[in-house]
Ligand binder design. Structure first.
Ligand code: HEC
Ligand code: HEC
Length: 586
């Protein structure tokens, strides 16, 4: 059972008053080799904005984070310390208004209108931007899978706060620096005490508010469990609602997602804005569900939040312009004859699930992603099972003692979103556009399966499967897979497609025997009895031909067919699975 830091965190917010301004300080930066940005259709200003624009999430006052030192006395946010956690450090960019402290990609500064205090939070790019290394060169993949170890970062930040609070000299240095950076001098001592106390009590600050029973490591989080636990545990003030985190998943890659009829690995969310608001809630948007006495606030106050709805909309529009990365020459030239052979093999063995399926009559084209039942695909079931089976006590919201994740989230997310539209002055006539390209039929199902997505650009996104349990595409297509391997290295493997499995700072040993880490399923084997078999065994030569095709595949050269509007998803109306598909109460 986690200790519950809500009351003290709320107290901190009340303590802070208006008037502080973050000043820009000169920073010494490290020199790094030039980064090659693969052309994905974004200009430099779109990229920069995507990296640093706030979505309204906040975990610590920005001046305090900048003033923080490691227990060794180093600047906590320094480039070298941040690289240890796998963040991307943009040394070559000027410190500017969007990124006043020169922090890594994905750290955003968000000014709290009621207190005037600039807060630090994560934005999309912390998890959805990647860097690949190859023989000393560095390649940026926007929307790719970040290697950041968010939980390790949170743990280190908590330890640094605790150490700072304990030692008088460190404390004095920290307070002086935070005040010089604009934090109100009259509040700093209490603010530090409060944060250090919370950290001692187990608050690792968002994300993710779950009890992590399976270690996450670089590039993974138990995102959906975290959203449920944060919303119904932390924000609603019901500690018993925090779930076990036994389903860590890879950060998925974001090109083409705006076309998908369903997102999340288990195809559990349909509408772009619902997904973004849900994510923002999971990552630490400030909410007002309950008041100081722990009871639900009256409406509309209950649904007011710090979510930046116009920024979320901008991010969605930017993502719609993001193209899959194209294989760079530096990774070696493509064998065109092999790729052509691979294309034929792909059409025969893969495209039934991974081909593009355009839903007839949709403009812009909406892609249907087939959802393959757990029974058939045979990969680790925890992500889909937790989502469908977890229930939360939401009596404070009048929803009863056992509301399912999908039901509860659809209720809360819809209300927070609509309140955000109202508070941002967005007229109702515009809501459908903001929701996502006018897409109607908002729903939050909980199917018993995983979606199969088109695989253009997948070469840049290892490790593979939703839980990152398979290091390379070669391994994914083979009849045996490594049960243990190091992950977290960004050194690219252009032969098997993935990252080099090597130990190193910040890397972690993946152990497929740990719950949530199962690496089976999606098998190509002639063993007809094997659970999760989806095709015949492939020879090595066939595997490498498919790999050659995946390296070279572009949207222009990818199997496409037109399909009707899809019907029910696996288990959608099966009460024995967990619950029926949910339409939000209105
Ligand atoms: C702290 C890390 C983190 C942040 C920040 C974050 N995401 Fe994600 N995102 C994830 C994870 C993990 C998943 C997979 C969850 C699952 O399906 O279980 C995900 C899933 C998604 C998906 C679904 C993709 C698919 O293939 O189904 C989209 C789209 C997405 N995120 C967009 C965004 C956008 C846009 C933002 C910012 C507004 C954002 N994310 C912020 C970690 C993050
Ligand atoms: C029966 C449908 C089906 C067939 C056929 C199929 N796949 Fe998949 N594939 C899936 C599903 C479902 C997933 C997601 C499973 C998960 O993450 O647990 C997936 C995941 C993947 C992934 C991982 C994507 C990621 O984001 O990590 C790759 C790569 C992949 N498949 C390649 C292939 C190739 C290559 C073939 C053909 C040789 C193939 N698949 C055939 C259904 C299929």
């Amino acid at each position: 059972m986690p200790r519950f830091p809500l009351a003290s965190r709320a107290a901190l917010c009340v303590m802070l008053t208006a008037g502080a301004a973050a000043s820009v300080v000169a920073l010494s930066r490290e020199q790094t080799t030039a980064v090659v940005t693969l052309d994905q259709g974004w200009d430099a200003s779109t990229q920069h904005r995507f990296y640093y624009e706030s979505q309204g999430t906040r975990f610590i006052p920005a001046a305090m984070l900048e003033a923080l030192q490691t227990p060794m006395g180093e600047r906590f946010m320094s480039a070298s310390n941040m690289r240890r956690f796998g963040f991307i450090v943009d040394d070559d960019r000027a410190v500017d208004a969007a990124n006043p402290y020169g922090w890594p990609v994905g750290f955003a500064v968000d000014r709290d209108a009621s207190t005037g205090i600039a807060m630090a939070g994560f934005t999309c790019a912390a998890c959805h931007a990647a860097q690949l290394e190859y023989r000393g060169a560095t390649f940026r993949v926007d929307g790719g899978q970040s290697g950041a170890d968010i939980n390790e970062f949170r743990e280190a930040m908590a330890q640094a706060l605790i150490a700072t609070g304990k030692d008088a000299a460190r404390r004095a240095r920290f307070e002086k620096q935070a005040v010089a950076l604009g934090f109100p001098g009259s509040r700093i001592a209490a603010a530090l005490s409060s944060l250090a106390e919370n950290a001692r009590n187990g608050d690792r600050m968002s994300p993710e508010y779950v009890i992590p029973t399976t270690p996450t490591g670089p590039g993974r989080l138990d995102a959906l469990n975290a959203i449920g636990s944060t919303v119904f545990g932390l924000n609603l003030g019901v500690p018993g609602n925090a779930k076990q985190g036994n389903a860590p998943v890879d950060f998925p890659y974001l090109w083409d997602i705006w076309r998908f009829d369903w997102v999340q690995y288990n195809a559990s969310i349909r509408q772009p804005m619902d997904r973004n608001v849900g994510e923002a809630l999971g990552v630490g948007v400030k909410t007002n569900f309950i008041g100081a006495n722990g009871a639900a606030n009256p409406e509309p106050l209950r649904w007011k939040s710090s979510v930046r709805i116009a920024s979320l909309y901008w991010m969605e529009i930017a993502l719609a312009k993001l193209r899959p990365p194209v294989w760079p020459r530096a990774f070696g030239s493509i064998d065109r004859a092999q790729a052509a052979r691979g294309r034929v093999l792909f059409a025969a063995n893969c495209s039934a699930c991974h081909g593009i399926q355009v839903i007839a009559g949709t403009t812009p084209a909406e892609w249907h992603l087939p959802v393959v039942p757990l029974q058939k695909i045979g990969t680790d079931p925890n992500q889909a099972e937790d989502y469908a089976r977890n229930t939360f006590d939401a009596t404070k919201l009048g929803l009863g003692k056992a509301v399912h994740t999908a039901q509860g989230l659809s209720y809360v997310v819809t209300r927070v979103k609509e309140q955000a539209y109202r508070d941002a002055g967005i007229p109702k006539s515009q809501w459908a556009k903001y929701d996502g390209f006018g897409r109607s039929g908002n729903s939050f199902p909980a199917p018993c399966g995983y979606k199969a997505r088109p695989l253009v650009g997948v070469w840049a996104t290892g490790p593979f499967l939703h839980n990152g349990s398979v290091p390379t595409i070669y391994d994914l297509l083979s009849e045996t897979r490594p049960a243990r391997f190091w992950f977290g290295s960004r050194e690219f493997d252009p032969t098997k497609l993935g990252f080099v499995a090597e130990s190193g700072p910040g890397n972690m040993l993946f152990d497929a025997s740990v719950p949530g880490n199962n690496n089976s399923g999606h098998w190509f084997t002639n063993d007809l009895a094997r659970r999760g078999r989806i095709g015949r065994a492939l020879t090595d030569s066939e595997k490498y031909a498919i790999i050659e095709y995946l390296k070279s595949a572009t949207l222009a050269d990818y199997p496409v067919r037109t399909v009707g509007r899809p019907g029910l998803m696996p288990c959608e109306n099966d009460p024995n699975w967990a619950m029926a598909s949910v339409v939000p109460p209105n």
